[in-house]
Design a protein around this ligand. Structure first.
Ligand code: ARG
Length: 497
């Protein structure tokens, strides 16, 4: 995990809450960064609604990285001197250390992380610090920082998804041939294997990673140098800053650069779909744990007790994963609503872009960690799953298929014959395999003893060797294929058992 950039968004701060600020009509001093034409400062309410430092300080690392790249480019192109660049670099590095050590006092009067850091830099190193903002604006600065933050968060989540896929594939390999009832409409349908069921989630999560990778491709263009909205008259080198910051290229249109938040929306869309997947897994875990099912058991590590009912073992982590989906989807809707109808280019509305992304990232990281933990922790009750896999006439389709295959009965006719056999077994209160041959032949005289060979759960499963089918051999091959693919990924993904 380790989303220090996301977790730090929740740090307490010295900034005043809106409610506290609202009690006074008092005014602050004019802003030291842009206050030249202002005689007085903003009212405290203005300051409270305007400030973003309470949350955007989470982007301090990205802001320093962006400024370092910008300063290096300014020196390279001769816009500032080499000495100024050294002073800026040393100053920013020292500020980074202060923030890291919790020694930096964030000021609400300085609105946001960009002005907090820049003001501190000027305090520390004087004149060179005041040259840093040449040929840029907070509009391209924030767009750059936010892309960098989102890219880091996306990479972190991608690794977590890979880890969950690995955990699922391992459990699937272990239970490749263990039967469980397969459901449609949550009614017993046909036997499948527990491994096959787990591998379904591996496929879903692989698509989630694909969406994250797609998002990353379009995100990875650098807006820095677009300045406020129109570009700049300075001879900047945007390719250089883009390269330094690990972007593929600079963005093409300055107006689009400062007003685009598609990368955040795509990221939240990808997270929303992923959260929906996790909520389905979580819901299944809740069902599987409930005592009438008892398909799996979670240890004390992933359950909680009840304060009144001593027998209870509640799957709270799964329930909360199921619920966090609301927060993540809500974040997507929130940002879509902020962006809808905004005229070009930057508008302050866009400052409301960060909290949804931070919130969704925290929720997704925690949900993935919880799912990963539960999948590794759970113990499968294979006897119970096997017993229920054969209940509910789950091999009825196998009878129909036998009639088609052996007696060449048309499938629709076979379906009717089998339906009558199910009705007969139900009437007698027995399973399909317990019907006598005479009972079977009363419905279809051609039936022989051979039909009993397809009525067991294991035979039903073993016969489903079609591509993507539930036969144990298929499941084992798929689990191994995925484990090998995940292991073949670059180092970052190869975390342990
Ligand atoms: N705090 C602002 C944000 O998050 C930074 C950009 C402000 N730009 C401006 N022209 N007021 O969007």
């Amino acid at each position: 995990m380790g989303h220090d950039m996301s977790l730090s968004s929740q740090n307490s701060t010295d900034t005043t809450s809106g409610a506290t600020a609202a009690k006074a009509g008092a005014k602050a001093d004019a802003n030291m960064q842009w206050g030249g034409r202002f005689a007085g400062g903003p009212s405290q309410i203005m300051q409270a609604i305007n400030a973003s430092i309470g949350f955007d300080k989470a982007m301090w690392k990205q802001d320093i990285a962006g400024s370092l790249a910008h300063a290096a480019m300014l020196a390279h192109t001769g816009i500032i001197s080499a000495e100024d660049e050294v002073a800026i670099r040393e100053g920013l590095t020292a500020i980074g250390k202060d923030i890291e050590a919790g020694r930096f006092e964030f000021s609400e009067a300085l609105e946001d992380i960009h002005m907090n850091i820049e003001a501190r830099l000027s305090e520390r190193i004087g004149e060179p610090g005041k040259r840093l903002h040449t040929a840029r604006s907070r509009n391209d600065q924030v767009a750059t920082d936010f892309r960098l933050w989102t890219r880091d968060a996306l990479d972190g989540l991608d690794q977590q998804v890979a880890s969950l896929m690995r955990a699922l594939a391992r459990r699937a390999e272990e239970h490749a041939s263990d039967p469980m009832p397969g459901f449609t409409h949550l009614q017993t349908a046909q036997p499948v294997t527990f491994g096959h069921h787990l591998m379904a989630y591996v496929e879903m999560l692989a698509r989630d990673r694909g969406r994250l990778a797609d998002t990353r491709k379009r995100l990875n263009e650098c807006p820095l140098g677009s300045a406020a909205l129109a570009g700049t008259s300075f001879p900047i080198d945007r390719k250089m800053t883009a390269r330094t910051l690990g972007f593929d290229r600079p963005t093409a249109n300055s107006l689009d650069s400062v007003s685009d938040r598609d990368f955040a929306l795509e990221y939240l869309s990808a997270l929303s779909i992923m959260a929906m997947h996790l909520s389905r897994l979580a819901e299944e875990i809740v069902i599987w744990c409930s005592s009438p099912f008892s398909f799996i058991r979670l240890s004390d590590a992933f359950t909680t007790g009840s304060s009144i009912m001593p027998q209870k073992r509640n799957p709270d982590a799964a329930e909360l994963v199921r619920a966090k989906t609301g927060r993540i989807t809500g974040s997507l809707v929130s940002l879509l609503t902020v962006m809808k109808g905004l005229p070009l280019a930057y508008a302050k509305d866009m400052q409301e872009d960060k909290e949804p992304v931070f919130t969704a990232t925290d929720a997704a990281a925690l949900s993935l960690a919880a799912c990963d933990g539960m999948v590794r922790d759970m113990t499968a009750n294979t006897a119970q799953m096997r017993a229920l896999a054969g209940s509910g006439f789950s091999t009825a389709t196998d009878i129909a298929d036998w009639l088609v295959r052996v007696l060449k009965v048309p499938f629709r006719t076979a379906h009717h014959v089998t339906g009558r056999l199910v009705a007969k077994a139900e009437e007698k209160g027995i399973g399909l395999a317990d019907l006598s041959l005479a009972d079977m032949q009363a419905e279809e005289p051609g039936i022989t003893n051979d039909i009993y060979s397809v009525l067991t759960v294991d035979a039903s499963i073993a016969s489903r060797t079609s591509e993507g089918g539930t036969a144990g051999s298929n499941v084992q091959r798929e689990a191994r294929r995925w484990l090998a693919a995940l292991d073949a990924e670059p180092a970052a993904t190869s975390e342990g058992a």
